[in-house]
Design a protein around this ligand. Structure first.
Ligand code: NAP
Length: 303
């Protein structure tokens, strides 16, 4: 069965290259004719690992000629996922499976609502990759990808293919808990690194602010039915700040490169969930307002 990959950016290319070199059938779906032309001119996808570049001539096409799709890896940013999947709806085979790689929460539900007859598998990844140039991606940090389906606990048979492709992964019945936990870690760290213009380690100078955010986030997680994700949150946030002290957060990097952030699916989703549950989280709301005003001043989208 072919792995259709929607979004040949950082993570999409990292998955595509590893699956292709393991001999799996892979096909990229690019957004439009111009991108397809650029891809064809490049001659394929290049993955750079430990300084060594290798090109993979993976076939690519447009949504309009995607053919029947049984397995689709959605590797767009959270804010693009729903619109990117839309033109593929007529091409999805009965019982199609989608793997949603988006960070944060909210985009997965938006996609799933459009696809009542397909299976949506959610993913939470700590792998790191970035685009050095068009269709040239650097594998920057080894990590792990958790996969799961909140509606159907049985693991799909194709996990073997990920094993053969050397994609580190695990199947979990608690994927929502993992996504919420990652969202909370992200909300406690990333916006402050943008506002204080610092590396993750710089937050060690703002312990009270980090602490109060963790208290509110843990409260939110419990109210959203995710008590496990709330457990030891503050300690883990402190550990992450220390262990990644020299790193710039993904949101910091987006802002530094004048790229749209995934704010709506992280802090925005947290604040919207709090409002839905009628819980007052003043520090989280104030952080959201400060971040939006900061992005606005820089001319970046606030959603
Ligand atoms: P990225 O490098 O920006 O890649 C996104 C890709 O989606 C781009 O190639 C873009 O196409 C494509 N795309 C957007 N709209 C499309 C459409 N309508 N049709 C076809 N393709 C479309 O993003 P990323 O870093 O891989 O991130 C993807 C998700 O993974 C995000 O939610 C991110 O938070 C998460 N994540 C990323 C990493 C990482 O290390 N990169 C790690 C963990 C999680 P163009 O090339 O034409 O712009």
């Amino acid at each position: 069965m072919t792995w259709h990959i929607l979004g040949a950016g950082s993570l999409g290319s990292l998955w595509a290259a590893r699956l292709a070199r393991a001999g799996k059938s892979v096909r990229l779906i690019l957004r439009d004719r111009a991108r397809l032309k650029t891809y064809e001119a490049a001659g394929g996808l290049t993955l750079v690992e430990q300084g060594r570049a290798q090109q993979y001539a993976i076939p690519a096409g447009l949504p309009s000629n995607a053919g029947p799709i049984s397995r689709l890896l959605v590797a767009c940013k959270a804010y693009d996922a729903e619109a990117a999947v839309q033109p593929l709806l007529p091409h999805l085979a009965l019982g199609a499976e989608l793997i949603l790689l988006q960070n944060g929460l909210g985009s997965q539900d938006a996609v799933a609502l459009r696809l009542p007859h397909a299976r949506c598998i959610l993913a939470s990844s700590t792998e790191g990759a970035f685009r050095e140039a068009d269709f040239r991606v650097v594998y920057a940090g080894h990590g792990f990808t958790w996969l799961g389906d909140p509606l159907q606990p049985a693991a799909p048979a194709w996990l073997d293919e990920l094993e053969q492709a050397g994609i580190p992964h695990g199947w979990t019945p608690d994927i929502l808990s993992r996504l919420w936990r990652k969202l909370a870690l992200n909300c406690a760290i990333n916006p402050l690194t943008v506002l204080y213009n610092c590396r993750n380690g710089g937050l060690a100078e703002h312990p009270a602010e980090v602490n109060v955010l963790c208290i509110e986030l843990a409260d939110l997680l419990r109210r959203c039915g995710q008590p496990d994700a709330a457990e030891g949150l503050h300690e883990e946030v402190q550990r992450v700040i220390q262990a990644t002290a020299a790193n710039y957060s993904s949101m910091y990097q987006d802002v530094a490169n004048s790229r749209r952030t995934e704010i709506s699916y992280l802090l925005g989703h947290a604040c919207a969930s709090a409002a839905r549950h009628r819980i007052s989280l003043p520090h989280l709301n104030s952080l959201h307002a400060r971040l939006k005003s900061h992005l606005e001043k820089l001319g970046l989208p606030v959603t």
